[in-house]
Write a new protein. Structure first.
Length: 306
């Protein structure tokens, strides 16, 4: 793959991670006046609706982005449906798990997709990312543990932890679906469709399980706008654009930097102090991502036999 294109894709994913990391403060504020399913449903519908005019503008400027055949339209719809279902399951399991586990453990377990993505990519698609990526993955896992799990805290698995573990597996499905569909369909359409599917599922489920009030929506509006437009429409579109150009194992490493930026965001926005353990975890994760980016240069060329 072209190195310049790969670097551009990496920058897209890193920017998306920054946006997602700072979104934790907004999502926490939104939970003060809304319940999880309705909040997730409305924010994803906002993201999908926001991308409708973006799709129209992009296709007007570049007609090649439009589906060229009935088969491509069907592929587009299938990709949006699958990505949307995985995104809905992941976000719903995460919110349910957070009720019964700590935020630190939930953050660490969710980010286990950094290990699961290359494993499943190897099992399903026979994509072996190479030893340097595996080393980066293990380093990122160690950094995440230091970042998310306080010193001395036990790490036994509760029911909430198992729900969050299910969330991590669903994020693996979403990442691998995007890796498969994004080179084959319009990335902005794929992003739009997954949000509309996820938003509709969340909103319909919330109607049967939660109480939605206009006052609650009004109070949560700033959080909804950030989570829907920036974290959703912008962040996930950057993910799809980036994954078109980057190996899924490297992409998962870059996206797990969300945990680092959530801690940094808490320090900058909410005034939360960073411990030396958390700073060391951040340093290890940055090192892991840099190692992953340098992996093509570290690979030795195979000897040429006469």
């Amino acid at each position: 793959m072209d190195q310049k294109a790969s670097l551009r894709g990496s920058l897209y994913l890193l920017l998306g991670s920054v946006i997602w990391g700072f979104a934790f403060a907004a999502q926490r504020a939104g939970m003060d006046s809304m319940q999880p399913l309705s909040f997730n449903g409305i924010r994803n519908l906002m993201a999908g609706l926001c991308l409708i005019p973006v799709c129209a503008f992009a296709e007007k400027r570049s007609p090649s982005l439009r589906p060229a055949s009935a088969g491509q339209k069907a592929l587009q719809r299938r990709g949006g449906l699958l990505c949307g279902v995985f995104l809905f399951l992941a976000s719903s399991l995460q919110q349910a798990g957070l009720v019964e586990t700590t935020a630190g453990k939930a953050g660490f377990i969710t980010a286990l997709y950094v290990v699961l993505v290359p494993v499943f990519a190897w099992l399903i698609f026979r994509k072996n990312p190479g030893k340097w990526i595996w080393l980066s993955v293990l380093a990122a896992l160690a950094g995440l543990f230091l970042l998310c799990v306080p010193a001395g805290e036990s790490f036994s698995l509760s029911r909430g932890d198992l729900l969050v573990l299910g969330c991590a597996f669903c994020f693996v499905g979403q990442i691998l679906c995007i890796d498969y569909f994004s080179p084959r369909v319009s990335p902005v359409r794929l992003s739009r469709d997954q949000f509309l599917v996820c938003g509709l599922l969340g909103t319909v489920c919330s109607l049967f399980t939660e109480t939605i009030t206009w006052e609650g929506i009004r109070q949560a509006l700033p959080a909804l706008l950030y989570a829907g437009i920036l974290s959703g429409a912008v962040g996930y579109t950057l993910q799809i654009l980036g994954q078109r150009l980057v190996d899924p194992a490297v992409a998962s490493l870059l996206m797990c930097m969300e945990s680092v930026f959530s801690v940094l965001g808490g320090a900058l926005v909410l005034g939360e102090a960073l411990s030396s353990r958390e700073l060391f975890g951040c340093l290890i994760m940055f090192t892991a991502v840099i190692l992953a980016q340098l992996s093509p240069l570290l690979k030795r060329k195979a000897p040429v036999h006469a």
